[in-house]
Structures are given as structure tokens and as C-alpha cells.
Design a protein around this ligand. Structure first.
Ligand SMILES: *Cc1c(COP(=O)(O)O)cnc(C)c1O
Length: 373
């Protein structure tokens, strides 16, 4: 049975595209790739994406939360995993017992890690985060060396990595990125001189991996690019990357309405003449934003969503495509015939970025995979 006869709204994820994108990112950056699969792999599905990324040559996986890392382990994925963000120290034991690497930036983290490692009789794998200008997480640059030295001397801990994160690597002007890189490189040199350099030094997100080869160090952390999505309008992907995700729904009802009929909550649209109006079962509870001016594809044509988006449904104006029938596929993101709507186009319409569009596809929208699971 195909998805259109089974589901109301679904996302199709091409795992071959993920695998290929990881491979291309590795070729461009010339260093190993950490595939960033946080937030349900940017809405694409954590476990299938992680497996595809590993097939594409990724040697690390990056997540934001402990529970995301545990999901990978429970699925039998035993590659190195780094939690890039905060882990409550009360849960360090779970990370250590599952050989999950932790990000630390405070002396209190080192104490908690060494205590947990002693309790478990297993090493805590730590990456020191340095704040070189994002001002989000990380030890300040002037305190980084001292904290690294303390870390390296703690019993039961493995000093596995040191990293930073760029605030503006997806912009046309790369001077703020160059400055962050300079600060970070200085710290790395100091660690090298003191024979404290950990095996994994990393800094680049997708944008930096594409445009700043000098920031590749030992590993690039690829998120948005492995999904085939552009880091930003100023930092487009080069050829060779393919978007992996399409988001679809189906026509659930069509009718011709007489002039003067109000459509959906609030009757924000009123028919002017005899008009074909269709309904599709996707709504704001699926992540289809309650905004005006949506466009979707039906019968290979762009059609307008009219009036208010409901929790579970939208209404479409089908005057231009009178041949549309119940059961026909509707494309929200993806291609149909000659037409294509990208996540970037939806982001422009919604006043956000492509990251938020794909991360916002709701949990009740099933992910349907093509390629090896
Ligand atoms: C999310 C994240 C990434 C990936 O960023 P992209 O722009 O999607 O490539 C890399 N590093 C850290 C610390 C992150 O939080």
C-alpha cells in the first residue's frame, strides 16, 4: 500500500541522499565527519539517519541531549556519540555506562564526571567546550587552558576533545569566524605545547566545513548539509548535495461551492464565484504553521491554501486544477511533476530558516524511508 492510501500526512526521507551528502561533506572537508542527528535528526528520524550517515562514512554522531544519545545506543549503534549540549550531572552515570561522550565547561562538571567514573569503574569521555565568541556555552578563552590542565589530571576521565562553535560562519563576511578561529587556535597551540592536546579538536559546523577549510581541525560537525539543506542564503551548498526530505499530504475532500460561501474558521476567504475548494489532512498540530499565504503542489501545479489553517486540516483553492480528485497527493515540501517547493521557500514564507521548518514537522507525521534502513 502506498503512503497516500495509508497516511494523512507523512514525510518521505531518502536515506541514500543522507549517505551521499555525508560522503560529499567528508570529501570537501578532507577530515572525518560527525553527523549531527539532534532533534530527531532535524526532523528526519534519528536512528535511520544515523545508520545512513555511518554508511556514508561518518565516524562520530552528535546529539543535543542524553536521551537522544541513549536512543542511538538502544538501537544498537555503538559508534562514538557526543552530547554537544548540557547534560544534568545527576545523569552522568548513564552517559558513562553507555560510552557516551560529554561536553564540559565548568569545574563542577569535572568533579561530577570523576566521581561518576569512580562509582562505575569506567572512564568518563569528555570534550571541553570553549566559548570563542558564540556566548552560549563554554569556558571563557582565558580560563580554557587551566580547565584543560585540570581535566587532563582528573582520575577516571579521558580528555577526548576540545571544541568551539561559530556564531556567524554562514554569513558572507567571514571575519567574525576568522577571529573565533584565531582565539581557538591559540588555545590548541598552548595545549600542544604543554602536551595536553586531546585527540579530537573540532570547530566547524556545516557552513564552516564548506567555506573555512582551515577550521576543519580533526573533525567537522555536519548538521544541515547532511540533510541536503543550505546553511543560509549567503552560504548555499555546492553541487553534489541532495535534499533528503519531502513532506506530503493527500486530498481528503473536494467540492464546488457557490458564490458567497465562507471557508474555514473565521470565513477569512469567501468564494467570489463558483469555486473548487479542496481539503487536506495536515494542520498546525503537524507543524504546518498557522500563517497566511501558503502554497502547495497538487497535480503538478502550485495552488493556494485559503483561509485559516486548522489544527488538523487545510483548505485549498483548486480552480486551476479541476481534475483533482480525492486521494491525490499534495506536496508541501518536495517536487511534483516539473514543480518543486524547497524547505528554503517555505522558510521564507514563514519568516524563519529551513532548520526550523524541518525540525518543526510534528511527531504524529510518520517518517517513511527509502533506501536501506
Ligand atoms: C547543531 C550543531 C551543529 C550542526 O550545525 P549545522 O549548522 O546544522 O551544521 C554543530 N555543532 C554544534 C555545537 C551544534 O549545536
Amino acid at each position: 500500500m502506498d503512503s497516500a492510501s495509508k497516511y494523512s500526512s507523512w514525510a518521505e526521507v531518502d536515506l541514500g541522499a543522507i549517505e551521499g551528502n555525508v560522503r560529499v561533506l567528508g570529501q570537501i572537508s578532507c577530515v572525518p565527519v560527525m553527523a549531527v542527528v539532534k532533534a530527531n535528526a532535524y526532523g528526519h528520524g534519528t536512528v535511520p539517519v544515523a545508520r545512513a550517515a555511518l554508511r556514508g562514512g561518518a565516524s562520530w554522531l552528535g546529539v543535543a541531549r542524553l536521551d537522544e544519545a541513549l536512543e542511538l545506543r538502544q538501537a544498537g549503534i555503538y559508534s562514538p556519540v557526543l552530547i554537544l549540549g548540557y547534560t544534568p550531572p545527576a545523569r552522568y552515570d548513564e552517559a558513562i555506562a553507555n560510552q557516551i561522550s560529554l561536553t564540559v565547561w565548568e569545574p563542577a562538571h569535572l568533579e561530577a564526571a570523576t566521581a561518576a567514573a569512580a562509582r562505575l569503574g569506567q572512564p568518563a569521555r569528555l570534550h571541553l567546550k570553549v566559548d570563542t565568541g558564540m556566548s552560549r556555552l563554554g569556558v571563557q578563552p582565558e580560563d580554557a587552558f587551566d580547565l584543560a590542565r585540570r581535566l587532563a589530571g582528573m582520575p577516571g576521565v579521558l580528555f577526548e576533545g576540545v571544541f568551539t562553535h561559530f556564531a556567524r560562519s554562514d554569513e558572507a563576511d567571514l571575519s567574525p569566524t576568522a577571529e573565533q578561529e584565531r582565539i581557538f587556535t591559540e588555545i590548541v597551540h598552548a595545549l600542544e605545547a604543554a602536551r595536553l592536546r586531546p585527540p579530537k579538536v573540532h570547530a566547524a559546523n556545516s557552513a564552516a566545513a564548506l567555506v573555512r577549510p582551515s577550521a576543519a581541525y580533526d573533525l567537522v560537525r555536519g548538521g544541515i548539509a547532511i540533510y541536503g539543506l543550505h546553511p543560509s542564503p549567503e552560504c548555499p551548498l555546492p553541487p553534489g548535495f541532495r535534499p533528503a526530505l519531502s513532506w506530503k499530504t493527500v486530498i481528503s475532500h473536494v467540492k464546488t461551492l457557490p458564490p458567497g460561501r465562507g471557508v474555514s474558521y473565521g470565513h477569512e476567504y469567501v468564494t467570489r464565484t463558483y469555486e473548487r475548494v479542496g481539503t487536506a489532512p495536515v494542520g498546525y498540530a503537524d507543524g504546518f504553521r498557522r500563517k497566511k499565504k501558503h502554497t502547495v503542489l497538487v497535480a503538478g501545479q502550485r495552488v493556494k491554501v485559503v483561509s485559516r489553517v486548522c489544527m488538523d486540516q487545510i483548505m485549498l483553492l483548486l480552480n486551476r486544477v479541476p481534475q483533482v480528485r480525492i486521494g491525490d497527493e499534495v506536496v508541501i515540501i518536495g517536487s511534483q511533476g516539473e514543480e518543486r517547493i524547497t524547505a528554503e521557500e517555505v522558510a521564507r514564507r514563514w519568516g524563519t530558516n529551513n532548520y526550523e521548518v524541518v525540525c518543526g514537522i510534528g511527531a504524529r507525521v510518520p517518517r517513511v524511508y527509502s533506501g536501506d534502513l
